[in-house]
Design a protein around this ligand. Structure first.
Ligand code: GLV
Ligand code: MN
Ligand code: MN
Length: 410
């Protein structure tokens, strides 16, 4: 099946007809439909299909037990109102690259696998990369069992409803020991490739990033009868904190975003008793990130005190800086740059860092890992406007096929 047909099959799953945005949250019906699609792709190609104990899907060409496998893939879940490319581009390109290798008649000396990691975006349970974190031992079973969605459904109950055994989840070192190299292809979530005029690039590093929950607790009261001076309104402290986050990030050359909020009792004519805001912050290095988040928290505490509001700050997740394996990165550059000479004498294939998190970043602590990026002309991501031109997607497939071929031959 061609890239185009695979893409067309996946496109309607979990898409809102009103907005064009996707809601493919982990262990929901839309996710199950994406996962069924993955299984069909594996079976149609005669690949051996398995779901590991953390719910990640694998499609194997060759014997996994042989070791030193070359693995490629990404994820199929989405953020709320996400785009079509973040995740699925990597999975579809992986199957298409495998088809290209078969069409080339390439003999592979190592086993090859395509993987779909579960719950990458963390849209439902708040923690990103749950499937790869569990597998890599970066998230314990006990901590995973405590994750809860907005409706109070716990992760283990959601996994159980999807047919998995939540008591079996956890570190899977034997599986990772089989992998010699992992390569994730991903739509670029910025405009570096558009600006350099390249269809494909190689990742250098992922910024350290994390999510912090700010709980501002005040006092619910009548919006019409409570004098302003008598109020303990947590919305005021929250609003001031949002502005402080912007200021701190600007000062440090970092990014900080409050993109999710929960309000209680959430009534138009009631002063809130609770405003819960989630901060996502990222910076090029750890010290800068610490300064930014520390500055935001300090400001938030001052505002809370001023408004008679209590504040709790909880770090819900954190991923340290990821520097992708240099030897593998150089190998990719060699494979992809082999017959390219650029007029400006720059590197044949651009090497770029990113502020976005990926399963590849989690795996990089355990196996040699690399990433390929495909040009995104507007840079927009985590939005229905996310896009890559089909020609660039096909260039990505060819690049991935070249890389897999280069890595899977001795
Ligand atoms: C995932 O896409 C993230 O960077 O949050
Ligand atoms: Mn994403
Ligand atoms: Mn992604």
């Amino acid at each position: 099946m061609s890239f185009h047909s695979m893409w067309a099959e996946l496109l309607p799953i979990g898409r809102s007809s009103a907005s064009g945005g996707y809601r493919r949250f982990a262990w929901t019906g839309a996710d199950a439909d994406c996962r069924a699609w993955f299984r069909e792709q594996a079976q149609a190609r005669g690949l051996s299909y398995e779901v590991d104990r953390n719910g990640n899907q694998w499609a194997w060409l060759g014997d996994p037990a042989a070791g030193d496998a070359v693995v490629t893939g990404s994820h199929l879940d989405s953020v709320p109102e996400g785009g079509a490319f973040d995740g699925p581009l990597g999975v579809v390109s992986s199957f298409a690259a495998l088809d290209e290798l078969r069409a080339r008649g390439t003999t592979l000396d190592k086993p090859l696998a395509v993987v779909n990691f579960g719950d990458e975006e963390g849209a439902r349970f708040g923690l990103a990369c749950v499937g790869s974190r569990l597998t890599a031992g970066a998230l314990t079973r006990e901590a995973a069992h405590r994750l809860t969605d907005a409706d109070g459904i716990t992760l283990p109950r959601a996994m159980e409803a999807a047919g998995l055994d939540p008591d079996a989840i956890g570190a899977d070192p034997e599986r990772l020991d089989r992998i010699g190299a992992f390569v994730e292809l991903h739509v670029e979530q910025g405009r570096a490739l558009d600006l350099s005029g390249d269809a494909v690039g190689i990742a250098s590093a992922i910024w350290p990033h994390g999510r912090w929950r700010f709980d501002f607790r005040g006092e619910a009261n009548h919006a019409g009868t409570t004098r302003l001076v008598d109020r303990r309104d947590p919305m005021l402290s929250y609003a001031d904190t949002v502005l402080a986050a912007r200021r701190e990030a600007e000062l440090a050359g970092a990014v900080a975003t409050f993109g999710k909020i929960a309000v209680e009792p959430n009534g138009v004519n009631a002063i809130p008793s609770l405003v819960r805001g989630w901060l996502d912050s990222r910076a090029a290095d750890q010290a800068t990130l610490d300064t930014v988040v520390g500055g935001i928290e300090k400001a938030a505490r001052e505002y809370a005190e001023r408004h008679g509001v209590d504040l709790d700050v909880v770090r819900e997740s954190f991923t340290p800086v990821v520097e992708f394996d240099h030897a593998l990165r150089d190998e990719l550059a060699r494979i992809l740059g082999k017959d390219t000479v650029r007029a400006d004498a720059g590197p044949a294939v651009p090497v770029l860092g990113t502020g976005a998190g990926h399963d590849a970043g989690i795996l990089s602590g355990r196996v040699p890992t690399a990433m390929l990026f495909v040009r995104n002309p507007t840079g927009v991501s985590h939005s229905p406007a996310e896009h890559a031109a089909e020609d660039d997607c096909l260039a990505g497939v060819t690049a991935l096929a070249d890389v897999l071929e280069g890595l899977a031959r001795r």
